[in-house]
Design a binder for this molecule. Structure first.
Ligand code: FES
Length: 102
């Protein structure tokens, strides 16, 4: 396992999320009171972008396309019509950098 830098931690203020490119996809990184979290960026219901259509309502990301939601700490679908989980990633701050574990 290795850690890959994806951006600057300072670009994600407390209580907010940002989208970053990682490998050949986008992921969302969340900066919460209790730490940093990262999930895939596409809703598992009908593939809406959670960056464009998602609303951060801690501890959930709510997809405005059809009202589904996910727990950002686990990726678990928490509201219908979402059933399948988001992918989740290990994220850490190393100096100024945000890093994702490969
Ligand atoms: S695409 Fe997200 S709830 Fe339908």
């Amino acid at each position: 396992m290795a850690w890959t830098a994806i951006g600057l931690a300072a670009d994600v203020p407390l209580g907010e999320m940002r989208r970053f490119q990682w490998e050949d996809e986008f992921i969302l990184v969340y900066h919460l009171e209790d730490g940093w979290y990262a999930t895939s960026e596409r809703c598992t219901h009908q593939d809406c972008s959670l960056w464009d259509e998602g609303e951060l309502e801690e501890p959930e990301i709510v997809c405005q396309c059809h009202g589904g939601a996910f727990d950002i700490r686990t990726g678990r679908a928490t509201r219908m019509p979402c059933v399948f989980p988001l992918d989740v990633y290990h994220v850490r701050v190393n100096g100024d950098l945000l890093e994702i574990e490969d």
